[in-house]
Design a protein around this ligand. Structure first.
Ligand code: NAP
Length: 327
């Protein structure tokens, strides 16, 4: 098979090589001796791969290794009893090894890909949408009619969260940094869009008539205190990531005074050993897909040989929606 490996920890410009290597066995490290083998048509590009090119991600496989966590493709083989069969179009989460023409995923991380979504959209469906459901619903306890403010609203997680929140029946406000990103967030379903360089906290409080119920934050950094200040009584800030680079600190008296919460949402760490939770989230996402709420936004497509350029879009804050590699 053809694959991209990380061969050294020198960043997206120089860490990657395109290689030919043997196809994988039908076995996944999370389900030893068993796994769904997928002929990959598109693979997702995400922040962990960017960090991995610099050795900065918590999960550090020995070099060289094939990065990439998710794919859209066609099942080549599946173990007995699996919900998918050879020939099925699927969205699958492999954790590692997705940047290759053949990849392996645990059976419970393979989901039917509807005919009206292309393979690139399939490669956008697990990480961000499962995180969105996990963060909004299982961690943030979001209900219909509540207000959600989404930082990085034009990004991969952001666009997914906007669509899932609408599907849950919540009202949405996206925070973004540019005019282009305003358009992307609007197209992804944001009811209101505010700019990160404007008085977004005050605007959000005005739009939501007193404060939002939930802030979904993949960005972190300086804006965190204002995220807490933008909540109404009983509100929650759900922490998903730190793309701004710095990890915020909370003065907990603010939480006491306003009866608010800061909640962590680490999807991977939670679901990896819980196939039933993954099936439950998969069913919820599939339901929202059937109702037309979910259409992954693919912002950029690259050939495998340009994986470094794909990572640089994320690094330089230029990505919108999901970035994918196509085969
Ligand atoms: N907790 C979990 O389970 C989980 C799951 C999936 C992903 N994540 C994390 O969520 C984060 C977002 O992932 P993503 O795929 O949505 O990334 P993305 O598509 O690049 O979006 C991130 C957004 O962050 C904003 N941002 C603010 N400051 C930035 C900076 N200095 N550099 C880059 N972006 C900056 C940008 O929006 P503006 O320009 O509009 O500000 C950008 O659109 C990552 O940290 C990822 O690791 C966590």
């Amino acid at each position: 098979m053809r694959a991209v490996q990380i061969v050294e920890l020198t960043g997206p410009d120089s860490a990657l090589r395109v290689v030919e290597m043997p196809d994988p066995e039908p076995s996944h490290p999370m389900t030893p001796g068993s796994g769904v083998v997928v002929d990959v048509h598109a693979a997702g590009v995400s922040f962990p791969e960017l960090l991995q090119t610099r050795g900065e991600y918590q999960f550090k496989p020995p070099l060289p290794f094939v990065p990439g966590s998710e794919v859209g493709g066609v099942v080549r083989s599946a173990p007995e009893g699996a919900a998918v069969r050879p020939g099925d179009r699927v969205a699958a989460f492999c954790m590692l090894g997705a940047w290759a023409s053949v990849a392996v995923a645990p059976e419970y991380f393979c989901f039917a890909l509807p005919d009206d979504l292309d393979f690139a959209q399939g490669a956008s469906l697990v990480l961000n949408y499962h995180t969105a459901w996990f963060a909004l619903k299982l961690r943030g306890r979001l209900s219909a009619g509540e207000w959600v403010l989404v930082h990085g609203g034009a990004g991969g997680v952001g666009t997914a969260v906007l669509q899932v929140a609408r599907g849950i029946g919540a009202h949405t406000i996206a925070v973004v940094s540019s005019e282009l990103k305003e358009r992307v967030a609007k197209a992804a379903g944001a009811e209101f869009v505010v700019r990160s360089d404007a008085a977004w906290k005050d605007q959000a409080k005005e739009i939501s008539e007193g404060g939002v119920d939930l802030v979904l934050d993949p960005v972190g950094g300086d804006r965190f205190t204002d995220s807490i200040r933008s909540l109404r009584q009983g509100g929650r800030v759900v922490v998903v990531g730190f793309t701004a680079g710095s990890i915020p600190e909370v003065r907990v008296n603010r939480l006491l005074l306003s009866n608010t919460e800061v909640v962590g949402a680490g999807w991977g760490a939670y679901v990896m050993s819980k196939p039933d939770v993954t099936r439950e989230i998969g069913a919820a996402i599939s339901g929202l897909m059937d109702q037309g709420f979910i259409r992954p936004v693919v912002g950029a497509r690259f050939p495998l040989s340009e994986a470094g350029a794909a990572l640089k879009l994320l690094d330089e804050r230029e990505a919108t929606g999901k970035v994918v590699l196509e085969f």
